[in-house]
Design a protein around this ligand. Structure first.
Ligand code: PRP
Length: 190
């Protein structure tokens, strides 16, 4: 039997659930903006999968601009330090920015990005996030469109990684070291 590509982490949200919810979000956003063109900004890397899907569903063939804001460093605990390293030149002046995130955890990244786009002259800055972990919030930031509120688990897949691994898992899964280690041992024993 072929070795599965990924450890059998527990699925928190299936790809189907995510796609259905993304459709609903796209409809809500479309109704809310009343035809005003949005400046779509994806917070790379983790939000790419969600953002591309949403981009396809929103009218107007909007380009997807990219910003990179790193806060986790390596491992599973946020360092608290947010650095914007890509996308400082997104053409946002006088435009309605819609930030697309995979997950809002402490809220520091979104808070830093909202401050950045306000300073750059955006008319408004709204946020659509696939996931929100309200129990982890340190900075209270308004989130306009939320896919799912989730418990305080370290999640992976659907674009989200652990040190560059597991972004290709199609569902959102819960990381567990013991599951990963058992899988690695199985693979090594083949
Ligand atoms: C993740 C996620 C958010 C941020 C949320 O990015 O994509 O941007 O953390 O955390 P916060 O609410 O505590 O600020 P990460 O730094 O892991 O980078 P990546 O998307 O490139 O993996």
């Amino acid at each position: 039997m072929a070795t599965p590509a990924f450890p059998p982490f527990r699925i928190l949200l299936s790809r189907d659930q995510i796609l259905r919810r993304t459709n609903e979000l796209a409809r809500t956003i479309t109704e809310a903006v009343h035809g005003e063109p949005l400046c779509l900004v994806v917070v790379i890397e983790g939000a790419r999968t969600f953002a591309r899907q949403l981009q396809k569903l929103l009218p107007g063939n909007l380009p997807l601009h990219e910003v990179r804001a790193s806060s986790y460093g390596s491992g599973t605990v946020s360092s608290g330090d947010v650095k914007l390293t890509v996308g400082l030149d997104v053409p946002c002046k006088d435009r309605h920015v819609l930030l697309l995130e995979d997950i809002v955890d402490t809220g520091r990244t979104i808070a830093a990005l909202r401050t950045h786009f306000a300073a750059k002259g955006a008319r408004s800055c709204r946020v659509a996030t696939l996931l929100s972990k309200p129990s982890r919030r340190v900075v209270q930031v308004p989130l306009d469109y939320i896919g799912f509120e989730i418990p305080d688990e370290f999640v992976l897949g659907y674009g989200m990684d652990l040190d560059g691994r597991y972004r290709d898992i199609p569902d959102v899964v819960i990381y567990e070291k013991a599951v990963e280690q058992a899988f690695q041992q199985q693979v090594a024993a083949r």
